[in-house]
Design a binder for this molecule. Structure first.
Ligand code: CDP
Length: 182
């Protein structure tokens, strides 16, 4: 079945900026943003009986919950259903490879782990983090990358963007320009 609605898939490892980038790209294009990680976090929070999706407890447990095949099947079905009636930008780990292999545009974001940790802490703390804090966060991100590895699948036709030395606005404009060409 061919799709009548557009899908832009933005994948990448932990804290690579997929979510904030997808939200911005969606705003620029007038598409709906679907954050697949938030669905995995919501299921994890439900199982733990916690409300805050971004809490350290949910973040520590989400990789194991996301490995349960029934959880993945439910999340994927929900994403596909939401994308049936509207143009979407979807972000995650396996969106271009597994969930929407026929997406019009697939992006895979990468960045140096230290830089990813620095950005994530800046977002969370609203101040510059110390080197010790960044080192700690880098260790947690690298551990989560390892637990997520089997479900982090770069599509063969994805455009790889290394954002280590890019501003968020630059990376958004690159993706919007690519989207306008397809
Ligand atoms: O923003 P951050 O990189 O911290 O992660 P997220 O996008 O909120 O995703 C949280 C977790 O959900 C990931 O660490 C994965 O375990 C899982 N996930 C997944 O398995 N597949 C996806 N398509 C998206 C997220």
């Amino acid at each position: 079945m061919s799709r009548s609605k557009a899908v832009i898939a933005i994948d990448g490892p932990a804290a690579s900026g997929t979510s904030s980038t997808a939200a911005w790209v969606a705003r620029e294009l007038g598409y709906l943003h679907l954050d697949s990680g938030a669905l995995y976090r919501a299921e994890t929070a439900r199982r733990l009986g916690i409300e805050d999706l971004r809490s350290p407890e949910v973040t520590a447990a989400v990789s194991s919950v996301a490995q349960i095949p029934e959880v993945r099947a439910a999340v994927n079905a929900e994403l596909r259903c939401m994308a049936e009636t509207t143009d979407v930008v979807v972000d995650g780990r396996d969106i271009g490879s597994v969930v929407f292999p026929d997406a019009q545009l697939k992006i895979f974001l990468v960045a140096d782990p230290w830089e990813r940790a620095r950005r994530r802490l800046h977002q969370r703390l609203q101040r510059s983090a110390t080197d010790a804090e960044i080192a700690d966060e880098t260790r947690r991100l690298v551990e989560r990358d390892a637990s997520d590895a089997t479900n982090t699948l770069q599509a063969r036709d994805a455009v790889l963007i290394d954002t280590t030395y890019l501003t968020q606005e630059d990376q958004v404009q690159r993706i919007v320009a690519l989207a306008q060409k397809v």
